[in-house]
Design a protein around this ligand. Sequence first.
Ligand code: PMP
Length: 390
Amino acid sequence: SSSGVVPEATEDNCRPNLPLDAIINLDHGDPTMFESYWRKLGNACTVTFTGYQSLSYFSNPKNLCWFLEPKLEEEIKKLHNVVGNATVEGYRIVVGTGSSQLIQAVLYALSDPLNEPKPINVVSATPYYSSYPEVTDFVRSGLYKWAGDAHNFDKDGPYIEMVTSPSNPDGVIREPVVNRAQGTLVHDLAYYWPQYTPITSPADYDIMLFTISKCTGHAGSRIGWALVKDVDVARKMVKFIEINTIGVSKESQQRAAKILEVITDSCSQTVRTPELDNFFEYGQHHLTERWKKLKVIVKRNGLFTLPKFPLQYCNFTGDFTKAHPAFAWMKCKEDVDCEELFRGHKILTRSGKRFGSDQKYVRISMLSRDEEFDLFVQRFSAFHGIANGN
Ligand code: PMP
């Protein structure tokens, strides 16, 4: 293995320091924090392709999901088994161009226009992931429509409830809230990984969505996967992806498979080399450090509050830990437009309004590169008051 080989300095890995007055964009959950881990591995995860590879549309014609690369399927199963965050036995795996595509595929698969002429209602409890309403209503489908906060849902008939656990934006472990017989649940488990939250049991819901974006940080590869119990639902999701993009990039799948293989190896005492830190411990450690810094400032300036997380036993690490979410969901104690307040300090955040909540809240990404996080901390610690805008 060539891990441990120091990568050559290129323009890309010799980023100049950020200017002190740079705009810091913490609006998106762009997971660049993990770059430092992958950089240390040098060429250990390099995947190359020759000109004659990956020409066919098909990956495995015998599989229900005929565009799923067998190697990716294998590595997804291995990783879930090692981490213990989801059951894979008895599930179909459907790969998507990010879990974003799978969200659309699942809405299509769960609608039933022959028996239900009206669009099926899609709900999620506030604060919900801001993409759900956008994705649901963007092309004004006649099959499904956004019906808002699950807490206020009082219509009859079938519905789809998106359950995001841990939740984006607030990191809290979620349960379904409507609880009626005609509902179908979609569990979006993008953040159910040990660097973010204690792994308390293997999830075994009927429909579970995962993404490499938040697991390893490779958001740019655009790979997500669904674990689906019902064969017909899986088949309809596959059909959607066939019509939408005729499958998912093989190069991306091969690369994702390699990345997953490496993090699985990094969890194993026997396979691990001294250069290969346990990926999840590395992530957890860095997020813990960042959360510590943030909490000190929040406590000192007294202007904001953060959610509280219980101490829980994590089956993966074998320790009692608290969550260290990918986002800080910050509430301002005064009634101000919090997003605007941060923007005044050249810090871009996402307003609580986008999550079905209010402007006193902002969501701040905790997954930026070190230099951006450090500058954020420096600027945030200089906040003194709110009313006078400084
Ligand atoms: N679900 C949740 C809860 C997310 O936070 C995200 C990314 N922000 C996604 C799905 C989509 O991720 P991707 O399309 O990159 O796989």
